[in-house]
Design a protein around this ligand. Structure first.
Ligand code: OAD
Length: 236
């Protein structure tokens, strides 16, 4: 049975585009990371098995880029929604800009740049900040540490808890994602027909069914939308 829609509930699904104006690269835009790197070389378990040094270098570059960035007006606006709504932020991003902006319920689908995990025991996860991770950095059991990032071909362990956030949401706001990568992109299928559904991106082939596309930069479009929602009386 479907749950009641909660008029105060908003789910926000974000991708790399929301962090672009903070200075982090996206993946599939012109000049994006996947124009300059092959996924198979840097973001798969096979790449790690073949040449962990290349993989570590790629993520150390991502950490170096992330060291000096700040949340932008879009991250901050999403955090403000909590003044009036129950908000779940589901993000494909591996930065922590939502948390730094003040969002308190953030579900990371693809891991976090600031974490490393043991290659011998996946339950051993370490918060290390944005320092480089190198060959020879070991877990407490003496095994090499790897980035705690979900690579292509690996299970997205947070997908079920993320999926639970959608069916009772009165509003679904999707920002800065090309909706190319599954299972993350499939989450919006669990949104209700009656929910208000908005997509904020610079481009999209075809907005998903039922979504209103607000074309523009997240740091411009999202704060205005959030102001409107904060003025509304949430109603079913
Ligand atoms: P993509 O690079 O595929 O898509 C970025 C989206 O953001 C595009 O739709 C752009 O139009 C939009 N965009 C760019 N700049 C924007 C801005 N300033 N404001 C609003 N929108 C903007 O990134 P993702 O969809 O996040 O996974 O990619 C999904 C996953 O693919 C990533 O999590 C990563 C990648 O491979 C892993 O590495 C596991």
């Amino acid at each position: 049975m479907k749950p009641e829609i909660n008029p105060r509930k908003i789910v926000v699904l974000t991708g790399a585009g929301i962090s672009a104006e903070s200075g982090l690269s996206t993946f599939r835009d012109n000049g994006g990371l996947w124009c300059n790197y092959r996924v198979e070389d840097v973001a798969t378990p096979e790449a790690w098995a073949r040449d962990p040094e290349i993989v570590l270098r790629f993520y150390n570059e991502r950490r170096a880029q992330a060291r000096n960035v700040q949340p932008n007006a879009a991250h901050e606006a999403i955090a403000r929604l909590e003044e009036k709504y129950e908000v779940a932020v589901v993000t494909q991003n591996v930065d922590n800009l939502h948390e730094r902006a003040g969002s308190t319920n953030v579900i990371h689908l693809h891991g976090l740049l600031s974490e490393a995990r043991s290659t011998a025991d996946p339950s051993l996860i370490y918060e290390r900040g944005l320092d480089d991770l190198n060959l020879g950095d070991l877990c407490e059991k003496g095994s090499q540490l790897r980035p705690n990032i979900v690579w292509f071909g690996e299970a997205v362990s947070n997908i079920s808890i993320a999926a639970e956030e959608f069916p009772d949401a009165a509003k679904v706001l999707v920002i800065g994602t090309s909706l190319n990568v599954y299972p993350a992109a499939g989450l919006i299928q669990s949104a209700r027909g009656r929910a208000e559904k908005i997509l904020v991106t610079l481009d999209v082939d075809r907005p998903p069914y039922g979504f209103k596309w607000m074309r523009g930069k997240a740091a411009t479009v999202v704060p205005t939308l959030v102001d409107q929602w904060l003025e509304q009386q949430p109603s079913a």
